[in-house]
Design a protein around this ligand. Structure first.
Ligand code: ACO
Length: 337
């Protein structure tokens, strides 16, 4: 029962991945010079040692475009082939035009329909499912799905409870239908808007348009109830894993690699315990990059593939959670190019 997609949709696979992380490394020791924190506190509470920070003049679109070029190269496609270009982000270059349209221009994907998707840290898996539907239905032949964030521009660098957690970066995947076997086997996605207040950037939208007061009161930065977010992240990601396995008639032991949203090492340990997975099944790079929101799970997948951690015919489970709240899990059978 591995393939719960409707019989009339085409099989869709990820045929290439790429990622881009900015050069600048920010260590915990640097943060300890900026706010009242320590390397020991950050490592013990989050598992993070360092994160990447985009350069001045380096925007979400720049990181997205570079990740896209690397994904297209690994897939063996050109920009002309792209029929759908989607960017999942909470940190677009600007309200409009979309970051996807900016990336289209940068990489020359003139045949693509382009738009952004907002689902915070869950954005890449939401985008992957949209791409799966476009390619599966035959609307387009090739989709380029990107997760990209410049979290450093919505981080309050004087708030120790949030500034230690986030980093910048981008990842991308190319989707195509190649052969009869499904690479993207199923997705379970969920949302609960009633809990939106627990994690938000309140200012800068139509509710609190930018003004001298919103800037003075730091309304354009991340506001988070960390403990509450932690609990919901563990519960929802664990349930998404279980629901995905149930839908495909699999047990956790049959999964070769779990690639979670890199929120916090303690969240990942709690999920592994709940779903009965050993930690060595979990791919973790939160120590190097922190939480890069919509970029996190696709950057991790790209690194896992390039490191040989994900191999031909492996069953790979991606799982995410983010503001909204939003969450989801996607099961892949990995096919090497
Ligand atoms: N350095 C030192 N002390 C700190 C720091 C810091 N950087 N940040 C908070 N503290 C203090 C607090 O002020 C508090 O002090 P008090 O007891 O004197 O009031 C104490 O540490 C404990 O604070 P808690 O918030 O209860 O600490 P907790 O153990 O819950 O860890 C953390 C905080 C790391 C934020 C945790 O709650 C967490 O990871 N939550 C999930 C958040 C998350 O991942 N958000 C990302 C977006 S959603 C997602 O990606 C899943």
């Amino acid at each position: 029962m591995l393939h719960p997609r409707p019989a009339n949709t085409r099989a869709v696979s990820i045929v290439g991945t790429g990622s881009y992380m900015p050069e600048r490394v920010m260590t915990n020791h640097e943060l300890a010079d900026m706010v009242d924190t320590t390397d020991e506190w950050i490592v013990s509470r989050t598992g993070m040692h360092e994160r990447r920070i985009a350069a001045d003049g380096e925007f979400t679109s720049d990181m997205a475009a570079e990740a896209a070029r690397r994904a297209m190269e690994s897939a063996g496609v050109t920009a002309d082939d792209i029929g759908l270009l989607l960017v999942s982000t909470s940190t677009p270059d600007m309200s409009f035009p979309s970051t996807a349209c900016l990336v289209q221009d940068m990489i020359g994907a003139e045949n693509a329909v382009c738009f952004d998707l907002s689902a915070a840290c869950s954005g890449f898996l939401y985008g992957l499912e949209v791409g799966q539907q476009f390619v599966g239905s035959g609307s387009v032949e090739t989709a380029l799905i990107i997760g990209a964030e410049k979290m450093s521009c919505i981080t309050d660098w004087s708030d120790r409870s949030t500034c230690v957690l986030f980093g910048d970066g981008a990842g991308a995947a190319v989707l195509q239908s190649r052969g009869a076997k499904h690479g993207i086997l199923t997705s379970v996605l969920g949302s609960d808007g009633s809990l939106g207040d627990l994690l938000m950037v309140p200012g800068g939208g139509s509710r609190e348009p930018t003004s001298a007061d919103t800037v003075k009161n730091k309304r354009h930065y991340i506001k988070m109830m960390g403990r509450e977010v932690f609990k919901h992240a563990v519960t929802n990601m664990s349930e998404a894993v279980t629901a995905t396995l149930d839908r495909c008639g699999l047990t956790i032991d049959e999964i070769d690699c779990i690639i979670p949203h890199q929120a916090n090492a303690r969240i990942l340990q709690a999920i592994a315990q709940r779903v009965g997975a050993s930690m060595d099944k979990m791919f973790i790079n939160v120590d190097k990059y922190g939480n890069t929101s919509a970029a996190s799970v696709i950057v991790a997948l790209d690194e896992a593939v390039r490191a040989g951690r994900v191999k031909n015919h492996d069953l790979v489970l991606l799982v995410v959670f983010g503001a909204g709240f939003t969450w989801g899990a996607t099961l892949l059978e990995w096919f090497e190019g």
